[in-house]
Design a protein around this ligand. Structure first.
Ligand SMILES: C[S@@+](CC[C@H](N)C(=O)[O-])C[C@H]1O[C@@H](n2cnc3c(N)ncnc32)[C@H](O)[C@@H]1O
Length: 289
């Protein structure tokens, strides 16, 4: 088959809210499947991690890691939300392909969330590094194209550690390489001692155990309209919202799908003895006894 005849790997779908969203035909997954790109990004990342307030409170750059750039709905929602804030936003985006962003750019009118920022997206696609001002906010946005788990094994030294992580890979069943314990341990190591948060759409026990074992504090995240609950993790217990408690730990200990992925293969297993011991000694649960 010639390239001209190859099927487009992405399509647009109209989700329940009426908004349009990008769908990956290869993965069989819609990027923002129920409330649509803008509403999901605002609820899950912007409001839940209080990004505008936090960015306004730092004199220096406020650093966001955007894991799974995809069609850039999450980044553009963050920039829109910070436009009324005197802040310096630094976004480091990661994805192994630029194709969904190119596709979304070609459909920006129906997607509706680009908000006049198409020239900045074009510059990012062209140069991988763009600086612009949106309202009162100064933005620097870079795109690192490559396999994210591999990148984390030797992170580039010119990428500053994150204060907020938008974690938006495909689901663990489809995309297990992005959800391994090693990935989250390495992310936690990148954060170091600074106050930082990570939000993601999944509320699965497997993901939450993985975050706890990686050394994050973990809370039950807000509903997004799509999910009745999401997950927020933080390096500091005071930033993780409503912390998972002893009752959650008890349910996790009985779950048949709780053990982190130790390799990039999706498997559902109950907690191992090692994970049980790690959770029992995690400061989050030691605090609630
Ligand atoms: C759900 S989509 C992200 C949607 C995006 N955040 C947005 O706002 O439009 C998941 C993204 O993860 C990327 N991805 C999957 N596996 C990856 C890997 N191993 N390394 C880097 N990116 C990966 C996919 O290419 C895809 O664009």
């Amino acid at each position: 088959m010639s390239p001209a005849q190859a099927p487009a790997p992405y399509s647009l779908v109209q989700v329940a809210s009426g908004a349009w969203s990008v769908r990956s035909l290869a993965e069989g997954e819609t990027f923002h499947p129920v409330v649509g790109p803008a509403a999901e990004a605002e609820a899950l990342y912007v409001r839940q991690m209080r990004l505008a307030e936090r960015a306004a409170a730092v004199a220096d750059e406020f650093v966001v890691w955007d894991v799974g750039l995809g069609a850039a709905a999450n980044v553009l929602a963050v920039v829109r939300a910070l436009a009324g804030t005197r802040a310096r936003l630094r976004v480091e985006s990661f994805d192994h392909t630029a194709d969904p962003l190119r596709f979304a750019r070609s459909e920006f009118e129906r997607l509706g969330y680009f908000g006049g920022m198409e020239p900045f997206v074009d510059a990012l696609l062209e140069d991988r590094d763009v600086r612009f001002t949106q309202g009162a906010c100064e933005v620097r946005w870079r795109f690192h194209q490559g396999d994210f788990p591999s990148w984390l094994r030797s992170p580039a030294t010119d990428v500053p550690p994150p204060e907020a992580i938008l974690f938006d890979a495909f689901s663990p069943a489809r995309n297990p390489a992005m959800w391994t314990l090693e990935v989250f341990q390495r992310l936690r190591a990148c954060v170091g001692a600074r106050p930082a948060t990570l939000a993601t759409y999944s509320r699965s026990t497997l993901l939450r155990v993985t975050l706890l074992r990686a050394g994050f504090f973990v809370g039950a995240g807000h509903a997004t309209g799509e999910k009745e609950e999401t997950t927020v993790a933080a390096s500091d217990a005071s930033m993780a919202g409503r912390l998972l408690d002893a009752a959650w730990l008890e349910r996790a200990s009985r779950s048949t799908s709780a053990e982190p992925l130790h390799e990039p293969v999706y498997r559902q297993r109950p907690l191992s003895a090692e994970s049980r011991a790690a959770l029992a000694s995690h400061p989050q649960f030691a605090r609630s006894h």
